[in-house]
Design a protein around this ligand. Structure first.
Ligand code: SF4
Length: 332
């Protein structure tokens, strides 16, 4: 799906914002899309390297089907190459490996495990687009929702194609969306396509939650965090859940320390000052920033520990039991 023949049998891939130009016999940056005699093929279709029932909170989605599970699938490959990737062993894998898991099987397994949705996650769903597309159509037909956990580095055409089948997306920023950080540590030439994808998804009425990985020293500028939060307020709305994630050293960035908790707290404060009403700390189990508080009266509404909800204090009508304010939660 989504490629343009360019003559000489070379093609341009229109799936992600890299828009790789690919000669015959070659693959794109993600290594999973290959030009075979002038036609671009997906090499990783239905080749699952991960398939697990996860809490929705793990995506993280805090305001979409809370307390439910979602069948989470991935293939090898990625359109970024982040130096700190937690899932680098699959995202940067050079061989196409994985067990055969056609869309029908994904949906069957999701239903048999009692999941409410299928999530396309762990690596980047954009690069296993055809598998996600076919599966999401089938999943909808069987009453399941679909969610992407994505770096957002997509084309508007890809967003438009998946939108009718996509109910929610977690869009992950890194380093407070600092452009230099993306160039240096994710090998992404620009951050602009991510903002464009978010606007497209918002226009298509997809439930959105935004994450931001705060990386010590290189991606922890409070000015950048302030700009990012203000952009979200202006373009996606102040009720958009915003998750500030703690970095842990991994892959090639082993010499950096974990993000200090104080840096997470400062970033959360800045995001709130810019007007975001639901801000959360991620990878900080046991911290009060994992909880949902009523933005009007401060009542504790949802208490979490890690990916578990330990206390639920929202009325059936999704309001605060103390002051009656409406709380934006999608629960079906
Ligand atoms: S999905 Fe992105 S990285 Fe992969 S071939 Fe297409 S444009 Fe290149």
């Amino acid at each position: 799906m989504l490629f343009t023949p360019l003559g000489d049998k070379s093609v341009r891939c229109d799936l992600c914002a890299r828009r790789c130009r690919i000669q015959v016999g070659k693959t794109g940056f993600c290594r999973v899309r290959k030009n075979l005699d002038g036609t671009l093929y997906s090499l990783n279709y239905a080749k699952a390297v991960a398939a697990n029932a996860d809490p929705m909170e793990k995506k993280p989605l805090y305001h979409f089907l809370p307390r439910r599970t979602t069948y989470s699938i991935a293939t090898v490959g990625c359109n970024l190459a982040c130096s700190y990737c937690l899932n680098w062993s699959i995202s940067q894998e050079e061989e196409i490996v994985g067990r055969n898991l056609p869309p029908e099987r994904v949906v069957q397994e999701a239903l048999s495990l009692g999941c409410s949705a299928v999530s396309y996650t762990y690596t980047e769903p954009t690069i296993f687009f055809e598998w996600a597309f076919d599966t999401s159509r089938l999943a909808h037909g069987r009453g399941l929702k679909n969610t992407f956990v994505t770096n957002g580095y997509m084309t508007p055409e890809a967003v438009g194609a998946i939108a009718p089948h996509l109910d929610a997306a977690t869009v992950d920023f890194k380093g407070n969306a600092n452009a230099e950080f993306y160039r240096k540590f994710a090998q992404a030439p620009s951050v602009d396509p991510i903002f464009e994808s978010l606007k497209e998804m918002k226009a298509k009425k997809i439930h959105l939650e935004v994450t931001d990985l705060v990386v010590p020293k290189y991606g922890d500028s409070l000015d950048d965090a302030r700009k990012l939060a203000a952009w979200i307020v202006d373009n996606l709305g102040p009720e958009t859940p915003f998750h500030v994630l703690r970095f842990h050293p991994d892959y090639k960035l082993l010499d950096l320390p974990s993000t200090p908790i104080e840096a997470i707290e400062r970033t959360l404060r800045v995001a709130k000052e810019e007007g975001l009403r639901y801000v959360y700390g991620g990878n900080v189990p046991g911290h009060s920033a994992e909880n949902t508080y009523c933005p009007h009266c401060g009542e504790l509404l949802i208490e979490r520990w890690g990916f578990s909800v330990v206390k639920w204090n929202v009325t059936e009508g999704k309001t605060c039991p103390e002051c009656g304010a409406r709380i934006p939660i999608v629960d079906k």
